[in-house]
Write a protein of this length. Structure first.
Length: 369
């Protein structure tokens, strides 16, 4: 059998020769002056063996690297002064980032970081840089790494840009909100403002707001500011007095949006905006002239829808002779003086005008005749 160089030596500068006659060991020797200047990194020679049969049989090929004797003295240089790469936040640990290369290459060449890098590691033999863990754009938008060749005066810079992905949902500053609003406030009155933030950047961190209740409440929320305001007139007596709003904060992220909800409880406050109303407006009755003093004649009653203060009663007119007494709290009307005490009191008809008040508002007067 014989061994031949079948590729990698176009100038036929090398030859495979037995180390001794009859030996199965071969050595690669230079048969002429080798051009090391054009191949400073050395030669990759492809070897193949064949037997003496007819037809001859060939072995599989094997590639060997012949190192230039000048390689150790030649300065090593990285192919680029600066390597740039990008990495998104979804890249798992051990994701390849970029491979640095230098020339001339030699088997003993080792790559390393000049300074310790927590987030990355480098293969000392191949120069491939990969991640140690997930990389967050919120921690740093880019990383600058310096790679050196061990025991050589060569270095290069690697800049890794981190592409922000929509991996965070918005967060409200409070898990829940509470507020109260008085009835009858103008439409558009701001009740409270909710606020949420998203640590992602650009559109991934842009937050807008909405109300997610299935049944629309009498409130609206500003899409951008989070201001919650009244959408219609509020009436404590006719509407629910507590509203639970599901307020949603959504980002504008891609490929999908993230959102979160917070509970907002709004209570209606009662105002004294209703005046008392008498149950009966005009009453007509008769009493005997000899009715005993202190005897009950009638009871007046008024209702105040606000339910804030007790209704109090008062005779406005018709009691100039001070014959009657009206309890301000109970509305019970009694005879205060006997109708037969004096001749001047021999009237047969009395008309009492009575009003009711809640302390602020007076109801329409009623009459007892």
């Amino acid at each position: 059998a014989s061994l031949n160089i079948v590729a990698g030596d176009p100038l036929h500068q090398f030859k495979a020769m037995r180390s001794s006659p009859g030996s199965k060991e071969y050595r690669i020797k230079a048969v002429d002056q080798v051009d090391w200047e054009s191949q400073s990194s050395g030669y990759n020679l492809t070897l193949q063996a064949k037997d003496k049969g007819s037809p001859p049989q060939f072995s599989s090929v094997k590639v060997i690297h012949v190192i230039s004797p000048q390689s150790n003295s030649l300065p090593c240089r990285f192919e680029k002064a600066v390597y740039e790469a990008s990495l998104n936040e979804f890249a798992p640990p051990n994701s390849p980032v970029v491979m640095v290369t230098a020339s001339p290459m030699h088997p003993q060449m080792k790559f390393a970081f000049k300074y310790h890098a927590d987030k990355f590691h480098i293969n000392p033999d191949t120069g491939l840089i990969a991640t140690n863990d997930f990389i967050k754009a919120q921690e740093a938008s880019h990383y600058e790494l310096e790679v050196i060749i061990v025991d050589r005066q060569a270095s290069t810079k690697v800049i890794v840009s981190v592409t922000d992905m929509n991996d965070n949902a918005p967060e409200f500053k409070q898990s829940s909100y509470k507020a109260s609003v008085s009835e009858n406030v103008p439409i558009g009155t701001i009740v409270l403002t909710v606020s949420a933030t998203d640590v992602d950047s650009v559109e991934n961190g842009y937050v807008t707001y909405s109300i997610a209740n299935l049944n629309p409440p009498p409130f609206v929320i500003d899409y951008f500011s989070g201001d919650i305001s009244t959408a219609e007139e509020l009436d404590y007596e006719l509407m629910p007095r507590i509203y639970n709003l599901r307020v949603r904060a959504s980002d504008w992220g891609s490929p999908y949006r993230r959102e979160v909800e917070a509970l907002v409880t709004i209570s209606l406050s009662n105002l004294n905006d209703n005046k008392p109303l008498f149950e009966k407006v005009n009453c007509i009755g008769t009493i005997p002239r000899d009715l005993s003093v202190g005897e009950q004649i009638a009871t007046v009653s008024a209702i105040d829808a606000d339910e804030l203060q007790l209704v109090r009663y008062r005779i406005v007119s018709g009691n100039e002779l001070d014959l009657f007494d009206l309890n301000p709290n109970s509305g019970v009307l009694v005879l205060k003086r006997a109708l037969t005490d004096e001749p001047g009191l021999q009237r047969s008809f009395y008309s009492l005008q009575i009003t009711a008040t809640d302390g602020e508002n007076f109801g329409t007067a009623m009459y007892i005749n």
